[in-house]
Ligand binder design. Structure first.
Ligand SMILES: [Fe+2]
Ligand SMILES: [Fe+2]
Length: 253
């Protein structure tokens, strides 16, 4: 019997999250792990067009720059004090990480002002919106996604390793590497387990609801990377981003 088929009964938070992560991993294995973006980054990073690396950094910047939208609402989690303490610590540790990615983008010749005035891809917005919604209305589900978003599968490290093999400049790679290290040292990939470790019981009804939300999260996460691939792999390659790299709001006349 797979974790996805296991009959639901009330479980401890710890027991629940381990089973939940197994189901999540199985879904990711047939989507995120083998999508165009990750297949190329893993198997042939030297041939991935440079705008894909630049774009991945930019789209991640857009996410981190909107941290209050999704890491904010969950701070009011009313369930228990230990969970609130963990989430508050996490919020404080995350604050300002957009600046690290800004340094990477500055090394490409992009100014803070123009980066902040650019807009994310629709697939990036969709992930931000999903997280912001769950953070406010489904805090347990949001907490269950944190481990993956923070690199339980060491996605960030894999990406930084690929950028190094692509021989991108130190000025671009180093701040991203610093960010990956902060996640590793702060054990951010274990956040979901830490939160659920402090939750005594997850009822059968709650488990069923959380599992129902999972396919949408994995789809949004998959689309986030696939969207980066489709948009940026189609751009002309070059040492630096070319005009048109940053998306601007088109004002309708
Ligand atoms: Fe971060
Ligand atoms: Fe983090």
């Amino acid at each position: 019997m797979t974790p996805a088929d296991a009959p639901l009964k009330a479980r401890s938070g710890r027991e629940f999250i381990l089973g939940f992560e197994e189901v999540m991993d199985a879904l990711m294995e047939t989507s995120v792990q083998c999508n165009r973006f990750w297949t190329a980054i893993r198997e042939s990073p030297e041939t991935v067009p440079r705008p894909v690396y630049f774009g991945m950094c930019l789209e991640n910047f857009h996410i981190l720059a909107r941290e209050p939208l999704f890491d904010g609402p969950v701070l009011a989690f009313s369930g228990n004090h230990a969970v609130r303490t963990t989430l508050n610590r996490f919020y404080a540790e995350e604050l300002g990480h957009d600046k690290l990615l800004l340094s990477s983008l500055a090394a490409l010749g992009l100014t803070e002002d123009e980066v902040r005035h650019s807009i994310p891809l629709p697939t990036t917005w969709a992930l931000i919106d999903g997280l912001a919604y769950w953070s406010r209305f489904e805090p347990l589900f949001f907490a269950a996604t944190l481990g993956i978003l923070e690199g339980r599968e060491v996605a960030e490290d894999a990406f930084v390793g690929a950028a190094r093999r692509r021989q991108l400049s130190k000025g671009f790679v180093d701040p991203m590497m610093a960010h990956a290290r902060i996640n590793a040292v702060g054990r951010h990939g274990e956040l979901s387990r830490e939160v659920f470790g402090a939750i005594e019981v997850v009822t059968a009804a709650e488990q069923a609801r959380l599992r129902e939300l999972l396919p949408l999260f994995v789809a949004l996460y998959d689309d986030f990377y696939t969207g980066i691939w489709h948009h940026y792999a189609a751009m002309d390659d070059g040492e630096r981003p070319l005009p048109g790299f940053l998306r601007q709001l088109e004002v309708l006349a």
